[in-house]
Design a protein around this ligand. Structure first.
Ligand code: F6R
Length: 607
């Protein structure tokens, strides 16, 4: 999940690559680097940390040259130091790499025995050394890369340039995304279309196993067996628009604030406003004959799927198997041919989710992707997609994409219920009306953000924070805990409220804060009893509920926040917002790097 860019250009490329890397920083920001050919000679500048560090280095020691490759790194093998930063270079060759070379240890041993000296701890360096050895043996650059690719196991995308070869760049894709951008006597490589958007909107997405030989005027693509292949040139809608923070201090704050608008937009795509009924695009399958539905995703997207399980089972009476993609892909789950698998992903590039999708397709399942990035690998590989219309999400912690995923899934569950005759038109209208109120209800809540800010401060001295929810709000407890830990680094866990007494209650003492998600739904009384149990053991409780009163909400409540009262069907979407804001403001108080938290990346294209 590093970002790659390559340019065979007509003007100095280093500034252009820096700009493209900025758009790729969501993929990793541990270190960055650029290599160019200055009069045919390979020159490199690299810097640990964020791209600004590389920008500083380039300001004092600029790189000339119209041919270059660049990289922003999310470290897998080797610490995020300058030495381990890409591009890696050996005699005659420089490489940028996204992904993991699984057999790098054997290859490294073999190369060391043959006399190669390694400079870094990275898996990437074996690629560089192998190509360099093949060149030294007299092979052409193309043959050297071809021979090297045959030896590599793992998932990767590569960009390669060679000293003395001003008009040559080679790219390769196995498992990690890579796109070719077609310019006017210029050619580009990039991890995604957004990186290439300022240069061209004519893009070819390489297929699995493809590798490509580029000059300024030609593109030759080969499949994994070395046979020449044609891949379509698409006109992408990706824009060079680098989202700005507007009046907000962080992208995350802006993205939380955008939710009324983007959820409204998403609803507009899937609801017939006049009829107050769900209207979906034509899908190549029907829910009527299904016996089960499989959902896979990772992280926050997985929690959206978990909430959807309640919708599908309760409203459409359709049993759902849901799993984390990294588990599912190796679980060898038996899937009925002709069944339906749904994958959920903001980026559309998450390696485990993509692998899960491919497994489902191999089992003969129909595949539906709920994705935010419509040009992504997952979007392209699915039989059908239902986009979330959240717009670009820049903050690493997912917020608006999550609530838009929930919105799409709620609409899909209603459509499934209609196909399966488990809902009346009247009930569908009632639930659609509840969905249509959500944007305004979120806007109402956002007006009380200061209350959540005040409460968030009281989380910052806690040793642990537990989030409790029941039923369809249990996934929101999990999401609240994930959000808090990933951006504030405060330890947090989400639990099903009824599960607490089976172990986790042992953690409770006065230094633990407990966030209870308790709308007045069918499970309210039970959740309040669980709250009383933790209150009795000294925990400080923050209650998120829809009716605040002096005595009915249980004793021991430390703080309360009122969420608008709504049909229980839409509560997961509504309650997602206060847990996002609690995490955001706690992180502001903790002084962490909110949009780019440590050790994370926006797009996880490695397993
Ligand atoms: C958490 C977060 C991650 C992602 C996960 C899946 O805030 O953003 O947990 O949800 O990495 O990413 P996508 O949705 O791009 O597949």
């Amino acid at each position: 999940m590093c970002g790659i860019v390559g340019i065979l250009g007509s003007q100095p490329v280093a500034p252009l690559m820096l700009d493209a890397l900025r758009r790729l920083e969501y993929r990793g920001y541990d270190s960055a680097g650029i290599a160019t050919l200055e009069d045919g000679e390979l020159m490199r500048q690299r810097a640990p940390g964020k791209l600004n560090n590389l920008q500083g280095v380039l300001a004092s020691r600029p790189l000339a040259g119209t041919t270059g490759i660049g990289h922003t790194r999310w470290a897998t093998h080797g610490a995020p130091t300058e030495n381990n930063a890409h591009p890696h270079a050996a005699k005659g060759v420089a490489v940028v790499h996204n992904g993991i070379i699984e057999n790098f240890r054997e290859l490294r041993e073999e190369l060391e025995q043959a006399g190669c000296d390694f400079e870094t701890e990275t898996d990437t360096e074996v690629i560089v050394q192998m190509i360099s050895c093949e060149l030294a043996d007299g092979k052409s650059p193309v043959d050297a890369v071809k021979a090297t690719l045959k030896r590599l196991d793992g998932a990767f995308a590569l960009g390669i340039i060679f000293s003395g070869e001003q008009d040559l760049m080679i790219g390769a894709r196995r498992g990690s995304p890579l796109a070719v951008g077609h310019g006017e006597a210029e050619m580009f490589l990039g991890s995604d279309a957004v990186a290439l958007a300022p240069f061209t909107n004519k893009v070819t997405f390489l297929d699995e196993g493809d590798w490509v030989v580029l000059t300024r005027k030609s593109v030759h693509i080969f499949d994994e067996n070395g046979a020449p292949v044609k891949r379509p040139v698409r006109f992408t809608k990706a824009t060079a628009y680098m989202a700005d923070k507007g009046n907000h201090r962080h992208f995350m704050a802006k993205e939380i604030a955008e939710q009324p608008e983007v959820i409204g937009h998403t609803l507009g795509e899937y609801i017939d406003m006049g009829e107050k009924r769900v209207k979906l695009p034509d899908l190549p399958f029907n829910f009527a004959g299904l016996s089960r539905l499989t959902i896979t995703a990772c992280g926050t997207a997985y929690y959206a799927g978990l909430a959807a399980k309640y919708w599908f089972e309760q409203v459409a009476r359709l049993p759902v198997d849901i799993d984390i993609a990294s588990e599912f892909r190796y679980r060898e789950a038996p899937l009925a041919e002709g069944g339906l698998s749904v994958v959920i992903s903001q980026s559309g590039e998450t390696a485990d989710t993509l692998a899960a999708l491919r497994y489902c397709a191999e089992q003969g399942q129909h595949t539906l992707g709920i994705v935010n990035v419509q040009d992504s690998s997952i979007a392209r590989d699915c039989d059908a997609i239902m986009p979330t219309y959240a717009g670009p999400e820049i903050g690493v912690a997912s917020t608006k994409a999550f609530t838009c995923q929930l919105t799409v899934l709620a609409c899909l569950a209603l459509a499934a219920a209609r196909d399966r005759n488990t809902i009346t038109a009247e009930r569908e209208r009632e639930l659609v009306s509840a969905l249509l109120k959500v944007p305004r209800q979120i806007a109402d809540m956002l007006r009380h953000e200061d209350d959540l800010k005040r409460i968030a401060k009281k989380l910052t001295d806690a040793t642990d924070v537990l989030f409790l929810g029941r039923g369809i709000n249990y996934p929101i407890a999990l999401e609240g805990a994930l959000k808090l830990k990933e951006i504030s680094y405060i330890h947090a866990e989400g639990y099903a409220a009824g599960e607490l007494k089976h172990g986790p209650i042992a953690l409770i003492d006065k230094d633990v804060r407990v966030i209870v998600i308790a709308p007045h739904d069918a499970l309210y009384e039970k959740t309040v009893s669980n709250m009383e149990e933790v209150a009795a053991r000294g925990a400080k409780i923050v209650l998120l509920t829809d009716e605040i009163n002096g005595n009915g909400n249980g004793s021991g409540t430390f703080e309360q926040f009122r969420v608008p009262k709504a049909n229980a069907f839409v509560n997961p979407i509504l309650y997602a917002v206060p847990v996002q804001l609690l995490a955001y403001h706690a992180a502001v108080f903790m002084g962490t790097d909110i949009d780019q938290p440590r050790n994370l990346a926006k797009s996880v294209t490695v397993e």
